[in-house]
Design a protein around this ligand. Structure first.
Ligand code: FES
Ligand code: FE2
Length: 320
């Protein structure tokens, strides 16, 4: 995992009022909840007393009560009430668990994954999706490291094979470029796949009018968008559960239909096709070995794999 990053970790809707939500994210057992004001909090999901899972306890006055012996935790992860010791007893300082910095934005819960809590940057999100779009979506878990799930969405070579019946129709097997541009931790890659008529694929620097091409973006560390048009996007968040599992949130964003009811209908029905496409990917990605990728791992990459290579380099750089 790359430190000092905001990770999208949950859909906003998954954290409800008056309820604890226990999930594993970034290899940590976590419990999330909303306080009376609706603000989201997150602490480690293992009681410091004798290890019970706090997420199967309950919320009492904005505090998490452990189901085993009733220790109560505040949003800083501090125990401030031990029933067996009586209401008057002072709780020693060391009775606490980790508390995490979390925020809600753009329909996701984001977690600041770091040892440092100073100078926290803004949550990175695709500028053009911040306003004017509505969305519908679904999520599912894949048994792969998140790097494999991400790289699949940076892979422009697989389209006519994996998606022959859907988005890869047309036999465009020859891959020019692709062109990759970075703006800080945001990668934009431009795709120019075409039918093989005996031509030599263009090198990335030979594609001069790349800005007119179809493009996609990946925002480190875990969000991606497919820019289908000004008004239609597919967004994905690849949420690390642990070293072997990833939860994928896939959303259809559109800004052409604003009428309530109709817009929900369009956004919801997009799920059907998107699920078909995602499962075409899943059928192959789950077979890839090893399930986690690194910059130096002995894979024989080709020119068309440039976005994947660029992602691996950026990841290695940010991990240092
Ligand atoms: S294990 Fe949580 S209060 Fe005892
Ligand atoms: Fe795909």
């Amino acid at each position: 995992m790359i430190k000092n990053q905001w990770y999208a970790v949950l859909d906003s809707k998954e954290v409800k009022k008056d309820k604890l939500t226990g999930v594993t994210r970034l290899s940590e057992k976590l419990v999330f909840w909303r306080d009376a004001k609706g603000e989201v909090h997150c602490i480690f999901d293992k009681c410091c007393h004798r290890g019970a899972s706090l997420s199967v306890g309950k919320l009492v006055d904005d505090h998490v009560e452990c189901p085993f012996h009733g220790f109560r935790y505040d949003s800083k992860g501090k125990v401030n009430y031990i029933p067996a010791n009586g209401k008057q007893a002072k709780v020693p300082e060391q009775f606490k668990v980790n508390a995490y910095i979390v925020r809600e934005a753009y329909g996701f819960i984001w977690l600041w994954y770091s040892d440092e809590n100073a100078d926290i940057p803004e949550i990175p999100f695709f500028e053009d999706l911040k306003e004017g779009f509505s969305y519908g979506g679904f999520s599912e878990t894949w048994n792969v490291h998140y790097t494999r799930a991400i790289e699949n969405q940076l892979d422009v070579v697989h389209l006519p094979f994996v998606h022959k019946t859907t988005i890869g129709r047309g036999d465009s097997k020859l891959v020019n470029g692709p062109v990759v541009k970075w703006d800080d931790n945001l990668m934009t890659f431009y795709v120019k796949n075409e039918m093989d008529k005996g031509q030599t694929p263009l090198k990335p620097n030979e594609i001069l009018d790349y800005e007119k091409l179809f493009s996609l973006q990946f925002q480190m560390p875990n969000t991606w968008q497919n820019i289908i048009s000004d008004k239609v996007r597919i967004l994905a968040a690849f949420v690390p559960i642990d070293e072997e599992n990833t939860h994928i949130y896939l959303r259809f964003y559109q800004s052409f239909m604003k009428a309530p009811g109709l817009k929900q209908l369009i956004n919801a029905s997009s799920k059907i096709m998107n699920r078909v496409i995602l499962h075409q990917d899943r059928s192959v990605v789950l077979t890839q070995l090893p399930i986690k990728t690194e910059l130096d791992m002995g894979e024989k990459l080709i020119q068309g794999d440039l976005p994947i290579l660029e992602y691996r380099k950026k990841r290695a750089e940010l991990k240092q």
